[in-house]
Write a protein that binds this ligand. Structure first.
Ligand code: FAD
Ligand code: SF4
Length: 326
């Protein structure tokens, strides 16, 4: 590891001061489970000059509930989300997503803010010491395009640059299905607009902007949500594909649906066609199957990841069925 400065910020203003002072050369550190690994492996072309610890700022690690819904501080650890009775009861997709992330140790350290701000996963990008100087590192090519792309995008490359990396967060699709808002030190952003398709950064956050809280609106009556993850191992494994669904019923018909896949594209991917296929239908195997088929209509797999298309289809189907009333 190279040397860097470390600051324990005691307020949001102080953290922002350091971020501005270092003009893009400082990084926020929360649990450090993603960031420190990157620094040890020296995979970022620009090594940070300073880390700004925000765990020393009081008030960012609480879960609050009011009539509008739930507020989850950016520093709430994934293990606490997985076990919170309010989240398990009314926002099940998020509790299930948090519970499926990494391992118990990592969930005890990793925060929800860090989970949505984590960097993309691509084994060329993550190879230590920048062995593959790809597009994301200012190089001229994407090694995954012609290389081993078995865990890469099944919905094409990101808009103009041609990167096939995927977004690995487990909690992000659940937050999108639940229609969450991200409160930062500067603004409020619908979580769906929070992720960035360009290669420079994975979120729309400005260099001196800090995530403070996730707000999830109270869910309509007769609403249920669910999250399902497909990975090689049951623990300490990133998703190969994951999916969160939220279904609202009106009598025996589906009144509204929100479905989001992740690990299939450069940002979490809301599958609107699948949602549309469900509205007005009865929630059963047939309608869930239709949603699964609609979800993959636009899929464009590459050489080694065709299997992921079938996985995505099955996960949409199963997560929709998991929203059936008990
Ligand atoms: C072995 C292993 C397995 C893993 N498995 C999974 C998995 O299955 N699913 C999954 O989703 N993730 C997984 N992860 C990734 C990671 O551990 C988690 O995403 C974790 O939640 C990151 O949170 P953190 O607090 O440790 O983030 P950090 O490492 O502290 O930060 C990550 C990034 O977010 C930025 N950041 C953090 N907090 C804020 C904030 N409040 N405002 C603005 N920027 C912020 C940091 O600057 C940094 O760039 C795994 C990691 C490892 C090492
Ligand atoms: S997929 Fe993206 S991160 Fe991976 S090698 Fe290609 S450009 Fe780099």
């Amino acid at each position: 590891m190279q040397t860097y400065q470390h600051y324990n910020a005691t307020s949001i203003q102080e953290a922002q001061y350091y971020l501005e002072h270092y003009s893009g050369r400082a990084r926020i550190i929360a649990g450090g489970t993603d960031l420190l690994g990157k620094m040890k492996d020296e995979i970022s072309p620009l090594y940070p000059d300073a880390l700004i610890n925000i765990k020393s700022i009081p008030g960012l690690d609480g879960i609050t509930e009011d009539e509008g819904g739930l507020g989850i501080g950016a520093l709430v650890r994934l293990e606490d989300i997985a076990h919170d009775e309010r989240i398990r009861g009314n926002f099940s997709a998020l509790a299930q997503a948090a519970h499926s992330t990494a391992s118990p140790h990592l969930r005890e350290m990793g925060t929800i803010g860090g989970n949505i701000c984590q960097d993309i996963r691509c084994w060329y990008y993550r190879k230590p010491k920048n062995r593959f100087p790809c597009l994301r590192k200012g190089g001229g090519r994407c090694y995954a395009t012609e290389g081993d792309n078995r865990y890469h995008s099944i919905f094409g490359a990101n808009i103009k640059e041609g990167c096939l990396a995927v977004h690995p967060s487990d909690t992000a699709p659940a937050l999108i299905a639940l229609d969450a808002m991200v409160q930062t030190s500067k603004r409020t952003i619908p979580i769906e607009d929070f992720f960035n398709v360009e290669v420079e950064r994975t979120t729309v956050l400005e260099p001196d902007e800090i995530v403070l809280e996730l707000r999830i609106p109270k869910q309509p009556k007769e609403t249920k949500s669910a999250f399902i993850k497909f990975a090689k191992r049951k623990s300490i494994d990133f998703p190969i594909v994951n999916c969160a669904a939220r279904i609202t019923l009106a009598g025996d018909r589906i009144a509204a649906a929100r479905i989001c896949l992740n690990a299939v594209w450069v940002t979490p991917k809301r599958v609107v066609k699948a949602e549309e296929a469900l509205v007005g239908k009865t929630l059963n195997k047939e309608s869930a199957g239709e949603a699964g088929r609609a979800a993959i209509e636009d899929a464009m797999p590459v050489r080694y990841n065709r299997y992921m298309v079938q996985v995505a289809k099955a996960l949409v189907e199963r997560s929709v069925l998991a929203c059936r009333p008990c």
